[in-house]
Ligand binder design. Sequence first.
Ligand code: UFG
Length: 331
Amino acid sequence: MAILVTGGAGYIGSVTVELLVQRGERVIVLDNLGRGHRAALPEGVPFYRGEAGDRDLVARIAREHDLEACIHFAALAYVGESVEQPLRYYVNNSAQAMMLIESLLEAGVRQFVFSSTCAVYGEPETVPIPEDHPRRPANPYGWSKYFVEQVLESCDRAHGLRFVALRYFNAAGATDRCGEDHDPETHLIPNVLAVALGKLPFLPIFGHDYPTHDGTAVRDYIHVSDLADAHLRALVWLRQGGHSLFLNLGNGKGYSVLEVVRTAREVTGREIPTRWEARRPGDPSHLVADARRARRILGWEPRHPELASIIETAWRWRLAHPDGYPKDPAR
Ligand code: UFG
């Protein structure tokens, strides 16, 4: 049986596809290549270009392959952009996911792994954040994912859909083959490395007056391979008849923007100039995971818990791919 991976040409999706293929899983990728890269996919993986919410296309994929489960990555994921263009996020992330789920249920597929986010929590009341922390998203991106979590719960009750919603904290790092290449790039670590490479003149630091130890925002950076491993474990959990779950994925340790810059200077040996700028709208101050549930239930154990090792893998990929992936001629 096959696993449908939507957004499999994206950053976290491609690393997960790589792992699934290595483990002998049959993988089908559906991606609109809006922000993904054809070159990020391993050779030989069946690929469909289109929207995750395209009912006819998903029905056709289900007819052409014997689908067992779906891992749904395809989404837009920029907090700032979601504040400026909320409808784009609700349509792309919420409405498309609902149509995908509907098509899968019609095709008899009842196992679903969902890319959720710590942005569902908003500004936290307690840190580290457990899964039962109130969900009060601080931006449309977080809401767009939270809506889908609600839909999944309802479909579990009504239709027996079994899901694992993985609430990622800040994905970072690279494998030898797959790395982070977004256009536009807004994420901290790739931008820090772009400055180190001389592709950007300086790193803007958004906000110096957060209630954190050095005034800059704190995040829990988690290696993309550790995220991929959690997806595989979630799939196995569902395959073995496990019930639906919401799980945080993070290392449980927060680093401020200044600490990330300092570590990147050590890893790269480059100067990395910075410039203070105003806070970015929609950014919470402090997001750190309590990820004990994923460890306990899935037996998940991050293999790159150290920030320096996460940045090192991202730097190695950047040095090998200074211009990112080869551009897809069909784009
Ligand atoms: N930052 C800078 N300068 C930059 C880029 C980022 O100071 O050039 C700061 C941001 O303001 C934020 C921190 O670095 O405080 C991390 O920013 P990222 O853009 O790397 O990540 P976010 O925390 O905003 O967003 C990420 C993912 C989302 C996810 C979210 C949860 O992109 O998908 O984490 O907070 F939902």
